[in-house]
Design a protein around this ligand. Structure first.
Ligand SMILES: Nc1ncnc2c1ncn2[C@@H]1O[C@H](COP(=O)(O)OP(=O)(O)OP(=O)(O)O)[C@@H](O)[C@H]1O
Ligand SMILES: [Mg+2]
Ligand SMILES: [Zn+2]
Length: 390
């Protein structure tokens, strides 16, 4: 898209990288949520695992909380090994365990679920894909069974499965690819010569919904599918979320093992966002309050993708959930409602609390490496506001 010095790229509007160099994000992207006295919170007491120095850490709930600090300061220890690990019992509705690595966690009763969202693959099997993982594939299959053609042929939903049953292509068993074993060489995958990658047999492909058969739906890109299924909110809503997080270019049937780490992570987050909406529609029922823990979710992400990730995190919090994100990326840190800054250094010279406060307060803490680095990032937003006429 562009090549040359940073200055050259900044001047090139065609390059997304150049655009972000020229106009970095201005924080906060949306008004910060206040953490006032009396804010519902978890209270971690006496955290002392690895290098942690017997810390008492309040974690505000219903807020975006960043855990910061230099490498080795104790972030993962605090957020994953102590907070997340101890609260796992909530997910299995188990009884409260004897706390490990801390003396207690107060306020856990306010949480209905804890979940870590990371970049690990969402499935090792090529039979998983965005549509099946997020869950709207079943709705699409039902849609096909309701067509006149399917009814006339007596096809039930199982017919439209590429994983099992009579509907899939028998030659490739619904994979769309065939594996050729080569002696002394790695296996080679080639498009199936029977279904030509359509994954279903000819009888199944004869059934169409609004002119498209089920094989064509699998190879459709999210961007197109949003419009194609516009009249079916149960399908178009998750598709719209995929588009919102910048995954409009994926096809509905792309095998999960081929997704990049950042793509897989955002698909997990979209799956969670669809639940936020379910909770709202299931009125009367209290939405299950989920505590999300993310350990450096921006690893490997472009600045443009970081911005998308930030917006997803904000949506989770706006949906009534709590997010704890371990981050070095200052664009994410600058979006937090609350920061727990660990350190001051790594290893035994770390494991302490340098500051626990808002980003605006952290930049005034002279002892905080994070605060020092954050100052110019926050100043960008303040400068932008200053030029807006009153
Ligand atoms: N299982 C363990 N046993 C002993 N010490 C550990 C263990 N895991 C981590 N540590 C030490 O505890 C300290 C904090 O580690 P931790 O993984 O929490 O750091 P971090 O802040 O997440 O760093 P990074 O930014 O590099 O991920 C480090 O000095 C680390 O070497
Ligand atoms: Mg870590
Ligand atoms: Zn085939």
């Amino acid at each position: 898209m562009a090549e040359g010095s940073a200055a050259t790229l900044s001047a090139n509007a065609e390059s997304v990288t150049g655009r972000f160099l020229a106009q970095p994000m201005r924080h906060p992207l949306k008004p910060r949520r206040a953490v006032a006295a009396g804010q519902p919170q978890l209270l971690l007491r006496g955290a002392a695992l690895h290098n942690l120095k017997n810390l008492d850490v309040p974690v505000p709930l219903g807020r975006l909380v960043a855990v910061t600090g230099v490498s080795g300061s104790g972030k993962s220890t605090l957020a994953r090994d102590v907070l997340l690990a101890n609260l796992q019992f909530i997910n299995v509705r188990g009884s409260k365990p004897s706390w490990q690595g801390c003396s207690s966690i107060e306020g856990w009763q306010q949480i209905d679920r804890v979940l870590e969202v990371d970049q690990t693959p969402i499935g090792k099997t090529p039979r998983s894909c965005p549509a099946t993982y997020i869950g709207f594939w079943d709705v699409i299959r039902r849609l096909f069974t309701e067509t006149l053609e399917a009814k006339a042929r007596g096809y039930a939903a199982a017919r439209f499965s590429f994983n099992t049953g009579d509907g899939r292509c028998p030659a490739c068993e619904g994979q769309g690819l065939r594996t050729i074993e080569m002696s002394f060489l790695p296996d080679v995958k080639v498009p199936c010569d029977v279904c030509h990658g359509q994954r279903f047999n000819a009888e199944t492909l004869a059934v169409t919904w609004r002119g498209r058969n089920i094989g064509e739906v699998l190879t459709m890109e999210v961007d197109e599918a949003v419009d194609f299924f516009a009249s079916m909110p149960a399908i178009s809503h998750p598709l719209q979320l995929l588009k919102d997080v910048g995954l409009g270019y994926l096809t509905l049937g792309q095998p999960s093992p081929t997704l990049s780490g950042g793509e897989a992570q955002r698909i997990k987050l979209v799956t969670e966002l669809t639940k936020v909406r379910d909770d709202i529609t299931r009125r009367g029922n209290k939405a299950p309050h989920t505590l999300y823990v993310l350990d450096e979710p921006t690893v490997g992400l472009h600045m443009a993708d970081v911005e998308k990730l930030i917006r997803v995190l904000h949506r989770l919090v706006d949906g009534g959930h709590s997010v704890v994100v371990i981050e070095h990326d200052l664009d994410v840190v600058a979006e937090a409602d609350w920061i727990v800054d660990l350190g001051p250094e790594g290893g035994e010279r770390g494991g302490g609390i340098v500051a626990q406060c808002s980003p605006e307060a952290l930049v005034r803490v002279a002892a905080s490496h994070t605060g020092t680095a954050l100052r110019p990032v926050l100043a960008r937003g303040a400068a932008a506001k200053a030029v807006v006429p009153a």
